[in-house]
Ligand binder design. Structure first.
Ligand SMILES: Cc1cc2nc3c(=O)[nH]c(=O)nc-3n(C[C@H](O)[C@H](O)[C@H](O)COP(=O)(O)O)c2cc1C
Length: 332
């Protein structure tokens, strides 16, 4: 196998930017291959979340987020990225061919890749001006994805019941809690060592270690305490964005991920924080109620629910290195 050192340094930087993307529970469910001036993104099913994401839609959304970062980075490195998706039968490949570009086509969103984060704290209960909302709305549009913005008090009150119902189903499900706990890193040492999963500090929890952290999550956190926490977080949010895919399918999920990533970067550029409140989309009985409530037609699927508002930066989560995700090159 060839050594990473033989690679064009720009290719390494582009993959480094791609893997700063968000992913469910920070599983980083991706593998990369490089073939001359072509980068291929593939799913790493060993990192799938079998309970909360049984059909892998969140996994493919995460690949879409990485793809969008990769495109922005390729352009900033003066390449033209040409994307081909191959999701026929058991093929799962996103191939990006890079050709040299003579013109500078850097997108302003590129500068926010490292600054973006999923901010899980309570926000400042401050509304967002219409002109800012418009920019956020425009950022998230692509031909496969629709986004509904929910900003009025009555609409948010309706949403609260769906969020609490989804959270109750999840926190009464032992398998869900066990899977979540297995991806929480309860100390800085383990977060730094493993470089994946959700670092407890990014959830606003002190570093208490795996044993105590697991006991708290499995025995003290309950559906009721989660519902109380969510009601507070909802009341402090300026609004919500519901991401809807044209239909269920791997390519559609990737496209939704691209749309969400542009939203997340635009929010960062506009000094807004955002975080996931996906439970109503993840739990099928509640998803069906959302479909009815918002009159979502023709097989379209609501897949991500995001809260946003103004707030403080939280500690950043970690990422594995390029060497760990690049499968056809070896370190050294
Ligand atoms: C498809 C997808 C689903 C996610 N679902 C949730 C979720 O349900 N709850 C949550 O707190 N964060 C969720 N996240 C956010 C991730 O946990 C977060 O991206 C990851 O921990 C890395 O942190 P960062 O985004 O701050 O870099 C999700 C992210 C993606 C891309």
């Amino acid at each position: 196998m060839k050594s990473v050192k033989e690679l064009n340094p720009a290719i390494i930087e582009i993959i480094e930017d791609a893997i700063k993307a968000p992913s469910g529970h920070n599983t980083q469910p991706w593998k990369f291959e490089v073939d001359e001036m072509r980068i291929i993104i593939k799913p790493d099913f060993a990192r799938s979340l079998k309970v909360v994401d049984a059909d892998n839609h969140a996994l493919f959304i995460s690949l879409g987020c990485a793809l969008e970062n990769l495109i922005l980075s390729a352009k900033a490195h003066r390449f033209n990225p040409s994307v081909t998706m191959n999701f026929t039968n058991d093929k799962n490949e996103i191939s990006i061919a890079l050709s040299k570009s003579e013109i500078d086509q850097k997108d302003a969103l590129y500068d926010y890749i490292s600054m973006r984060q999923c901010t899980r704290s309570a926000y400042e209960a401050k509304s967002v001006e219409e002109s800012i909302l418009r920019q956020l709305r425009d950022s998230a549009i692509n031909e496969d994805t629709e986004v509904i913005f929910i900003t009025s008090k009555t609409e948010i009150a309706d949403l609260e019941s769906f969020i609490v119902e989804g959270s109750n189903l999840q926190f009464n499900n032992r398998q869900f809690v066990n899977e979540l706990v297995s991806w929480i890193r309860f100390s800085k040492r383990s977060a730094e060592k493993l470089r994946d999963g959700i670092w407890s500090a990014s959830m606003g929890m002190p570093g208490i270690g795996k044993r105590i952290g697991s006991v708290i999550m499995k025995h003290l956190v309950s559906a009721q305490s989660e519902a109380r926490r969510w009601k507070k977080l909802i009341s402090k949010s300026a609004g919500f964005a519901l991401f809807i895919s044209n239909k269920n399918g791997r390519e559609n999920w990737v496209r939704l991920g691209q749309s969400f990533q542009r939203f997340a970067l635009t929010a960062t550029q506009l000094k807004l924080k955002h975080a996931h409140v996906n439970m109503p989309c993840e739990e099928n009985p509640v998803r069906q109620k959302i479909i009815q409530h918002f009159n979502i037609l023709n097989d379209k699927q609501p897949l991500l629910l995001i809260r946003f508002g103004y707030g403080e930066v939280m500690p950043y989560s970690f990422r594995r290195s390029v060497e760990e995700v690049l499968v056809n090159y070896q370190n050294g």
